[in-house]
Design a binder for this molecule. Sequence first.
Ligand code: 5RP
Length: 293
Amino acid sequence: MPDLDGVKEAKSFHSDVPQKTEGFFLKGSNSLDWGMKNRLARIFNPESGNTVMLAVDHGYFQGPTTGLERIDLNILPLVKYADTLMLTRGILRSVVPPSMTVPIVIRASGGSSILKELSNEEIAVAVEDSIRMNVSAMAVQVFIGGEYEKQSIINMTRLIDEGTRAGIPTLAVTAVGKDMARDARYFRLATRICAELGAHYVKTYYIEEGFETVTSCCPVPIVIAGGKKIPEADALKMAYNAIQQGANGVDMGRNIFQSESPEAMIQAVNAVVHKNETPDKAYQMYLDLRNKG
Ligand code: 5RP
C-alpha cells in the first residue's frame, strides 16, 4: 500500500481536454481487443503501418533448406533488421536466445513433408505453448483448392478461436497447390476466405496482374511471401510494387537468406517497405552495402 500521509492533492484533470480515442492504424483491426492490437503493433510498425517479417520456417516441411543450414550463424545476424521473425518452435527454443526481443510469429501448423501430400496438415503447436513462448502471432497454412482444403481451413478457424481467447492473432498463409493458377481470381478467393473466417492477417503471393484487387477486397492486412529466389533487383521491385498496390509488408525468406548478401538485402527490403524507397534506389543501396562487405 502506498503511504497515505502527505498525499498531494490531485489537480491535473485537464477538464477542457477531451480524452482522445485513437483509431487503430491497421486495416480491419479496430474492433480487436487490446492484447491482440498490441501484438499486431509489435509486428506492424505503427509509423509506416508495414512489416518486414523474416521467414525462416521452411524446415518444417523441407528440412535444412539452402541458407537455413545454420540458423545460428546465417540468420541471427539478420534479425536486427527485421520487424518479426517467423519460425518453428524447435528452432526458436534450440537456437534463438531469449534475450532477443524480436516479435515472434510461430509456425503453428505441420504434419506433412515434401515427400507426401503437403496439404495434409494439422495444428502442430498448442496455444498454451504459444503463450509460453510469448509469441506475437501464430501462422497456419491454408490450402484453398488443395486436397485437404477443409482440414486446413478448420485448422485455421480452431487456431483463431483458441488464439482469440489468449489475445494472439492468427496469420493465414495461403499455399498454392501445383495445379492451381496463380492469378488474381485465385488469390482473391483464397485471401478473402481466410479473412471472412477470422484470420487477422493473410500472407499470399504477389502477382503482376491485378494484385491491387486482391488487397482491396481483403478486409485485413496482406503481406507477401517472397517465393523462389530471383535476382535482388527483381525481388526489390516486387516488394515495391506489392506495397504500392496495398500490401502491408513482406514475409520474405529465400530472397533474403539466399541472397549473395543477406544483410544488405534485408536492409534494402526494409527501406522499400518502411520508407517507400524506389526499386532503383533500394537496389543501389543493396549494392553499396554488399560492396562494403
Ligand atoms: C513456408 C512459408 C514460408 O515462410 C514462405 O514461403 C516465405 O518464404 P519465401 O519468401 O521463401 O517464399 O510459409 O510455407
